[in-house]
Design a protein around this ligand. Structure first.
Ligand code: 0L1
Ligand code: MG
Length: 255
């Protein structure tokens, strides 16, 4: 069995059983980003064989603060499946994750295919609607610590997402104020402009980066544009609510 196939099994099992694992780069420091994306594809293929369906993509490390934290200047991406979706206003089981965190995002749903190097106008023309969203990230690595190839292999920490109401694609999402509350206390305040200066830039990057892996955005795909604030750690009993200027709110309870 090749090393990449074995790595895919390891990260997939860690996600499936909510078990923390050592970083892959501890034993394989030369693991490249390209190899890590191959591991990601193989691990998501394992989910697909268990019946999970393609739901779209997530963009990660889209804010300067997060890039600096991991020491990179390029955004990363991961794949979404239908099993990661959590109903807006519903419950999120803490037991399904290793150390989950929530971050407010803007989501796009695609109307037309989008592929390769595109302009912001071309990207917008391919969008069916935009919505406020929350991403649940969960690194499967011990202590939420990893090098860039580790996190890419681990599906860029993708583990869950919630979507709010859908709005027309021309809705201005460039610089919307937003906040995250836990049990009524504000824990994060920010702006959608933290997402690469404009969430649409993240969609442009998604089309380009995904094409490098031989894939494209398809009609019906959801694209999570990236975190607009730091991610907040989740514990059972919390009621989490993200409020977006002009777009309403997205909420869930951790059980
Ligand atoms: O969605 C994100 O920006 C997270 C990407 C991976 C890094 C992390 O898990 O914090
Ligand atoms: Mg995110």
């Amino acid at each position: 069995m090749s090393t990449l196939v074995e790595f895919a099994r390891i990260v997939d099992e860690a996600a499936r059983t909510a078990s923390a694992i050592p970083q892959l780069t501890e034993t394989h420091p030369a693991l490249s980003a390209e190899e890590a994306y191959a591991v990601q594809a193989l691990s998501v293929a394992r989910r697909r064989t268990r019946g999970e369906k393609r739901a779209g993509y997530k963009m990660g490390l889209t804010s300067r603060a997060k890039m600096q934290q991991v020491g990179v200047s390029e955004v990363i991406w991961g794949r979404l499946t239908d099993a990661m979706r959590v109903e807006e206003g519903g419950e999120l089981s803490r037991a399904r994750f290793v150390h989950p965190r929530a971050e407010p995002e803007i989501a796009f749903i695609m109307r037309r295919p989008l592929e390769g190097r595109v302009t912001a106008a071309e990207a917008l023309a391919a969008v069916e609607a935009v919505s406020p969203a929350i991403e649940i990230i969960d690194s499967r690595y011990k202590d939420f610590r990893f090098a860039l190839p580790d996190v890419i292999a681990d599906n860029s920490s993708s583990s869950g997402f919630l979507l709010g109401a859908w709005y027309r694609p021309e809705t201005d999402v460039a610089n919307l104020g937003l906040l995250v509350e836990v049990d009524g206390q504000v824990v994060q305040v920010g702006s959608s402009a933290a997402i690469l200066g404009h969430p649409l830039r993240s969609l442009v990057a998604a089309a380009r980066l995904i094409a490098a892996a031989g894939e494209r955005l398809e009609p019906g795909d959801i694209v999570l544009a990236g975190g607009a604030t730091a991610a907040h750690a989740l514990s059972p009993g919390q009621f989490v609510r993200a409020e977006f200027e002009g777009l309403g709110s997205v909420s869930f309870t951790v059980v």
